[in-house]
Each structure stands twice: as structure tokens, then as C-alpha cells.
Design a protein around this ligand. Structure first.
Ligand code: SF4
Ligand code: SF4
Length: 103
């Protein structure tokens, strides 16, 4: 069963601008990603919005593989800040999982 945590999205947004509410799940981001990796922003962002923290963390490697090139974002019909959202997830993981301070 999918475990969810209603506070998760609040934690991700604690000191970032994570915003994926406008996503219409069109799939362009996945189709255009030059890495061809298993990073599916729409799925990842949906996991955040429903509080599926474990599912997000299972994608940690993919989250850090992203080039932040914005090929996806530049072609997103809903203007979702995809690269910035990926940065937000990295910040969350650095802070709450790896326990890295900002120094
Ligand atoms: S391209 Fe934008 S609207 Fe389409 S699935 Fe990706 S994030 Fe969502
Ligand atoms: S920003 Fe990341 S997810 Fe988007 S196209 Fe570039 S590598 Fe792929």
C-alpha cells in the first residue's frame, strides 16, 4: 500500500519554491529529457503533492542525475518550473535525509 505523509509537501516547500500544481500530466517533459533516464518529473511531482515521501526518495539517484538543462521546462505547456522543483527536492534531501547544513 502507498504510504503518504500530508506534511511532506510542506517540508519540501519549507525553504523552497516547489510548485507543480499546474501540471496537466502531458508527458512532454519525459519525452524531451536528453538523459533518457527514469526521471519522470510529472510522476515525481505527483508523489510530492500526494505526500508519497518514500516514492520520492526511491528516485534520489534520478533527482541528482538531472542536468537542470530546462529542455523539459522550456517546452512545458503549463509553465511548471521543473528544474527549480528538482532543485527543491535536492534541497529537501540534502537537509532532511543527508542532514547537510547550509554552512
Ligand atoms: S511538460 Fe509540464 S505539464 Fe507536461 S507533464 Fe511535464 S511538468 Fe506536467
Ligand atoms: S532539466 Fe532535468 S529532467 Fe528536465 S530535460 Fe534537463 S535533465 Fe531532463
Amino acid at each position: 500500500m502507498l504510504k503518504t505523509d500530508a506534511q511532506f509537501v510542506k517540508c519540501v516547500k519549507a525553504d523552497t519554491e516547489f510548485n507543480a500544481f499546474a501540471c496537466i500530466n502531458c508527458g512532454s517533459c519525459t519525452a524531451l529529457c536528453p538523459l533518457g533516464i527514469d526521471l519522470h518529473p510529472r510522476t515525481l511531482f505527483r508523489y510530492v503533492l500526494i505526500g508519497a515521501r518514500d516514492k520520492v526518495l526511491q528516485n534520489t539517484g534520478n533527482i541528482y542525475s538531472c542536468l537542470l538543462c530546462k529542455m523539459c521546462e522550456d517546452n512545458c505547456p503549463a509553465d511548471v518550473p521543473i528544474a527549480e522543483n528538482i532543485r527543491s527536492l535536492r534541497s529537501y534531501i540534502n537537509r532532511d535525509v543527508f542532514r547537510l547544513s547550509r554552512g
